[in-house]
Ligand binder design. Structure first.
Ligand code: IPE
Ligand code: IPE
Ligand code: MG
Length: 238
């Protein structure tokens, strides 16, 4: 029965395969990114309708700056457009937005648009939508360690007080439960520096579908696969 199906609380997605999707069609890579941006909007609504409470997507990694300038610019422009135009839709759909990653490296107008969108949606009670931009899990951990060290230096905490909870809370995802399901589209089977700490016990799902082609059906398949898994967290199932 449909209502027997467990819906993961938090789904994270490595949206991969945009460039190859475009190449296959004789289009520039940026056309794949544009189509991929449309997929994000669709899947956010689908996830919400399925009852997923948190959706986190990997939009731009700390390593993606090494791509050609023109591609980086096109990706930043897509993100800029999203941040500047999605407020009305978020308000209507009660979506709460948070951007993960080091925002200080982004253009000022993009930083401002992000801050505005985060602020304006902070009291929304619907799905939490996290977008990782200039995000690298190792970089996130370094920034968390620096913040905690600063508190030690100020004498606010003792090193002995540092525990897993404190580290979890100082990550960009602080306050958001760890992902239950991590999906990577596009055929590669690797994590590429995404949510390393947070996915310690996530179920992993890899599919060959390129991100621009990813549909609600594909998301449901991933959730079905998740339902077939037995999560043991290192223990035994009684
Ligand atoms: C994912 O698609 C989007 C980003 C990494 C920004 P890619 O651009 O990596 O597409 P492929 O992997 O080259 O096909
Ligand atoms: C991971 O995809 C980053 C994003 C989806 C934003 P990449 O295409 O950058 O990862 P690699 O290079 O295949 O590991
Ligand atoms: Mg890729």
């Amino acid at each position: 029965m449909e209502n027997e199906r467990r819906i993961p609380v938090h789904v994270a997605i490595i949206m991969d395969g945009n460039g190859r999707w475009a190449k296959k069609r004789g289009l520039p890579r940026t056309a794949g990114h544009a189509q991929g941006a449309r997929t994000v909007e669709r899947i956010l609504e689908d996830a919400d309708h399925m009852g997923i409470r948190f959706l986190t997507v990997y939009a731009f990694s700390t390593e993606n700056w090494t791509r050609p300038d023109s591609e980086v610019k096109a990706l930043m422009n897509l993100l800029r457009t999203y941040m500047k135009t999605s407020l009305a839709k978020c308000a209507k759909n009660n979506v709460r937005i948070r951007v993960l990653g080091d925002k200080t490296k982004l253009d000022k107008d993009l930083q401002d648009a992000i801050a505005n969108l985060e602020m304006e949606t902070t009291n929304n009670t619907g799905i939490g939508f996290q977008i990782a931009i200039n995000y690298g899990s190792r970089d996130e951990i370094v920034r968390a360690v620096r913040r905690i060290s600063e508190n030690v230096r100020k004498g606010l905490i003792d090193p002995e007080e540092i525990n897993e909870n404190m580290i979890t809370n100082n990550l960009d995802t602080g306050g958001i439960p760890a992902p239950d399901l991590l999906i990577r589209t596009g055929g590669e089977q690797r994590i590429s520096n995404f949510l390393l700490w947070q996915t310690a016990y996530a179920e992993l799902y890899f599919c060959d579908v390129a991100w621009p082609d990813f549909t609600k059906d594909d998301l449901e398949k991933a959730v079905d696969a998740f339902n077939g898994r037995e999560r043991r967290y290192g223990g035994l199932i009684s």
